[in-house]
Each structure stands twice: as C-alpha cells, then as structure tokens.
Design a protein around this ligand. Structure first.
Ligand code: BG6
Length: 489
C-alpha cells in the first residue's frame, strides 16, 4: 500500500521562468524574452522588438543560471529524487537553425545535470517548455513550417547524444495541448506560430489580441506531433533505455448541472482540451471525434500525410505526464458564473474554493484524472509533473515565511495520489511540484504569484537581491519526500 518504492519525488521549473541570463554565453532570444509582465487582471503584452528601459521579467528571472548549485543543494536537502527542468533551445541553437550547437550552452546544462547526479537526483528534462527561439518565430512562423520539425529533432538529438549516459527521462513538448485551451497564448508559447500581421506590429499588444487561423494552428500542432514522435524514435536509437514522455495541461472538467446538454458539452470539451493530444501521442493516431470536427469545420487535413501517420504510430511515448492545478465546470448556460484562470477558464464550482488567481482547488479532481487516465491508457505509466499553488507570500521581520496555505493545498493532493495508487491501481511513478523555488509566472509574468518552497528576494518592480530562504512548506515537503509520502501531517 502507499507510494511504491523508488517513487520519484521532486519539483519542476522551466528555463525561461527561472534562469535569467537571457543573452549570456551565446544564448539567442526566445519567445518569453519578448514578453512584459501583467497581473491577475491584466494580460501580458508582447512586442516584436525589445524596448529599452522596460522591465522584462524573464531577462533575469530568479537567476538560477548562476545559482543552480546552491538551488540544487536546497532541493537535495528536501530529499528529492528527481528534478524536472527544461533546456532552453536558444542556448543550444541560438537561432534555432544554426549549423553547429553552442558549446557553452551544452556545457552549462551538463553542469546542471552533474550537480543533480552529485546529489543522487534524477534529471527529468523538458526539451521545449514555452521557449521556442525567437528567430524560428520570425523566420519560419514556428511549427507551422515543416522545416521546423527537422530543426527540433536536430536540437533534441543533440541534447540526447550529449547527455545519453546521464539522463534517462525526457519530455518533448510542455503542455502540447495549450493551443486547444487558449489558441492565442498557445500559439505564441507553444507552437511559435505568430502571424506576420502581429510580427509587423510596432506597439505592444495584449496576448489575447493575437491573430489565430485555425487551419494553420492545426498544422503547427500536427508538426509538433511529428517532431515529438521522431524524437521518441531517434531517442531510442541513441539509448534504448530512455523513457521519453509527452506532457499535457490537464484540467478536470465536470458538468455544472445534470442537464444532459451540460454533460455532452463537458464530454466534448474534455476530448478537445484533455484527450485529443494524448490520444495521438499514446495511441498513435488521430481520434475519430477530431477527424469529424475537422470535417465539420472545413479543415483541410491533407497535412496528415501517410508518412506522418506512420511516424506518429511508431513514435508513441513511453510514459504520460501532465500538469494538474484545478478543475472547472462546464455548462451550456451562458449566464452561469465564470471561474478565473488565465489559461483554463470555465464555470464556478459552488463546492470549491479558489486561489487569488481564481484557480479552483480540487484535490479529488486529481484522483479523478489519474483514474480516468489509467482507464484510457492502461499500459502507460503516469507522472504528475506540475502541481502547485500560486500565492502572495509575506516575509516576517525575522525573515520567516509562514505559508500554511501552500501546505494546505499540497497535503490533500498528495493524499489523492496515494488513493489513486491504493484504491484505483494507478501506475503513478513520480510527482514534481511546480515552481519549488519562486519563479516568474508564465501566465501573468509576475514574481508576486509565488509557488516556491524556497523564497527568492525578487519583485515585480525589479528590486531584490536574489537571496534564497526556506518557507515553512520547505520543511513540510522535506518530510513528505523523506517518508516516501507517508508523513503528510
Ligand atoms: C503551466 C506551465 O501551465 O502552469 C508553467 O507549464 C506555468 O510554465 C504553470 O508556470 C503555472 O502557471 P502560472 O501562469 O501561474 O505561471
């Protein structure tokens, strides 16, 4: 009973949200470098050129680039056995299409990996976490251009060859389904598809004003499926022991009422937002409900070539990973009260409380998702690679941070995973909390939306000295990791 021996405990970050050093050691610009901060009520803005004298949160982030040894030592102190981080593509191929990789970038990540290994922490690497090189956006419009498939595979296999004896676990695209949750943000962050009309802008524009063309969005997403499958195929040639996974943004969805129309709407949105991408990546083919949708909507599916179908079939993933933060309700009633959530808005659930950013807290939803995923993909190991609570933290005069609200969020989520293992037989292999050290929020660009067990002195006005300190939740999570999830009090 309980978490199996060898269960992986740790945390997850993305390069662009924690590293900073945005042009150091030969790195090229990447998408998040072009984004300004927003807040809970104001969307982030973007401008195709970097403005002087303006604060860009990712440019320095929390300076993990220079603090990685100190930070990994803190992770080890918590008893971690896994650390999920991303390689920033632009550190390895600054323009995305360079002939030769940038040795300084490869050496930097080798140091990070070695530091993990020194502490017996297993690295879990995301190859693309919302950080497509900016030059790929301007020159190719991201993944809508088929040439980017080969550029990605070249980048991915360069990393896999270099670290083949030091890294076992790899993820291809972070939250590949993000374009289905939110096409404007999803294209900019996820597929790098920015239309020329937006690249020609001379004034900053809000992310929810970007142009999206459904036909091109599906083509870009398809090319990511092919790139991901080719990475799986090529990766296994480099090291047959590699475990190469997908990554899905998962939001539990419930019908708001027992009106059958709500149920049908919920079933469709569940397919659309949660199931579609992993059905392709786990089962190896496009599901019927999407092919029928394409037909209804007049999407020309000639981009799904016979050759691509064979690649997708062959390159199915070894394990399924997902982010889980919240649940939402679905209804056909337009007058129902909306929930918050910058990426996954739905309708309010009267039984749940929400974070200050409107994300509805629902640990039972995590158990429900795990059970559903195991039913859907019975032969596939599962891993929760993001789960966490963004909150405002207060530093006391003596420097302590009493974040009991964060512990209150995590405790029932850990319990829910245990129940999924014990009661539903879910083959869960690991858990990495999101933002174990404070970092820049992807959705709002804020520092103030803090997720960490470790506090970083850095603020939305650009002040702070980047010093690190342990919050109360640090000591709680240490207990959880060290007891293999048994001691959660
Ligand atoms: C996930 C992303 O969607 O949620 C992360 O993979 C992100 O990059 C996390 O940071 C939390 O979202 P936010 O908007 O609070 O940073």
């Amino acid at each position: 009973m309980g978490f199996p021996k060898g269960f992986l405990w740790g945390g997850a970050v993305a390069a662009n949200q924690c590293e900073g050093a945005y042009l150091e050691d030969g790195k090229g610009l990447s998408v998040p470098d072009m984004l300004l901060g927003g807040d809970v009520n104001t969307p982030r803005t973007f401008c195709p050129t970097i403005e002087k004298g303006v604060f860009y949160p990712s440019h320095e982030a929390v300076d993990f680039y220079h603090h990685y040894a100190e930070d990994i030592a803190l992770f080890a102190e918590m008893g971690w056995t896994v650390f999920r981080f991303s390689i920033n593509w632009g550190r390895i191929f600054p323009n995305g299409d360079d002939e030769e990789p940038n040795e300084a970038g490869l050496a930097y990540y080798e140091n990070v990996i070695d530091e993990c290994r020194k502490h017996n922490i297993e690295p879990l690497i995301t190859l693309c976490h919302y950080e497509i090189p900016w030059a790929i956006v301007t020159k190719y419009h991201g993944f809508v251009d088929r040439r980017v498939i080969d550029l990605f595979v070249k980048y991915a296999t360069t990393c896999m060859k270099r670290y083949k004896d030091k890294v076992k676990y790899w993820l291809t695209f972070n939250e590949i389904n993000i374009v289905l949750h939110e096409p404007m943000i999803g294209n900019l962050y996820g597929t790098g598809l920015v239309e020329q009309v937006d690249l020609d802008r001379t004034e900053p524009c809000m992310l929810n004003e970007l142009t999206t063309v459904p036909q091109r969005t599906f083509e870009a997403l398809h090319n990511e499926f092919v790139a991901s499958a080719l990475t799986v195929i090529e990766g296994h040639k480099i090291n047959p022991d590699f475990m190469i996974g997908n990554m899905i943004a998962y939001t539990a969805l419930y019908p708001l009422t027992c009106n059958p129309k709500d149920l049908l709407e919920c079933q469709w949105l569940d397919h659309w937002k949660n199931d579609f991408c992993s059905d392709v990546q786990v089962r190896g083919y496009y599901p019927d409900y999407i092919m029928k949708y394409f037909e209804r909507e007049g999407i020309d599916t000639s981009f799904i070539t016979e050759e691509d179908k064979a690649i997708i079939k062959e390159g199915t993933i070894d394990f399924y990973t997902f982010s889980y933060y919240m649940s939402n309700c679905i209804t056909v009633d337009p007058n129902a009260e909306k929930s918050g959530g910058n990426l996954s808005a739905g309708y309010k659930n009267p039984y749940l409380k929400a974070s200050d950013w409107g994300w509805q807290i629902d640990p039972d939803g995590l158990r429900w998702c795990l059970a559903k995923l195991h039913d859907r993909y019975p032969d596939t190991p599962l891993m929760v690679v993001e789960n966490g609570f963004g909150a405002y933290d207060k530093v006391e005069e003596d420097g302590s941070i009493h974040d009991s609200y964060r512990i209150d969020y995590f405790r029932p989520h850990v319990k829910a995973m245990k129940e999924a293992i014990d009661l539903d037989g879910v083959p869960l292999i690991g858990y990495t909390t999101w933002g174990p050290i404070d970092l820049v929020s992807a959705g709002t660009g804020q520092y103030a939306k803090r997720y960490g067990f470790i506090y970083v002195d850095r603020h939305d006005d650009g002040s702070g000295d980047f010093s690190r300190s342990r919050k109360d939740s640090f000591f709680w999570y240490k207990k959880v990791c060290e007891s293999n999830g048994e001691d959660i009090d």
